[in-house]
Design a protein around this ligand. Structure first.
Ligand code: CU
Length: 153
């Protein structure tokens, strides 16, 4: 076998290894970005963090809410809050697919958005602007909720 032939084989082997490494890396990236099985991510739905002095109200994104036969996707889907009393809400995605909590109608300065919530993720928001809020899931238009925020008594 000539030296140049050996070098050609060596380059081919290195090329094959490089392609394999790139392919494996691609699969790993795909799995880590598309999977629902990772640890839940916790996000804040907007600019105001949760208040430590209150127990948050809980709203569940229930299993099956991604199916249009199962509206409204959030339970309870309608809640009333009072600023300074119970104005912190935590949503938990108890479904196995991605959802969001995104305001579609809010008083000025009150809009909020969870961003993508994987299965198991929670999102906590403290409401500081009185008014009536409507929200939905950006992926599933039949998922809707209403929040009425009343001023501090
Ligand atoms: Cu959804």
């Amino acid at each position: 076998m000539s030296n140049s032939y050996r070098r050609a084989i060596g380059k081919a082997v290195i090329g094959a290894i490089a392609i394999t490494v790139i392919a494996v890396a691609g699969v790993v990236i795909y799995l880590t970005t598309s999977s629902n099985t990772g640890p839940p991510d916790t996000s804040v739905c907007g600019s105001t963090a949760s208040s430590a002095s209150q127990q948050p109200l809980h709203v569940s994104i229930y299993s099956g809410s991604a199916n249009s036969a199962n509206p409204p996707g959030y339970t309870p889907d309608s809640i009333t809050l009072v600023i300074g009393v119970n104005n912190t809400v935590t949503w938990t995605n108890n479904d196995s697919v991605h959802h969001t909590v995104t305001s579609t109608s809010a008083p000025s300065g009150g809009s909020f958005n969870s961003g993508n919530m994987n299965g198991g993720a929670t999102c906590t928001h403290t409401f500081t602007v009185p008014g009536t809020y409507q929200y939905d899931c950006v992926y599933h238009s039949w998922m809707t909720g209403t929040i009425v925020v009343k001023a501090s008594p």
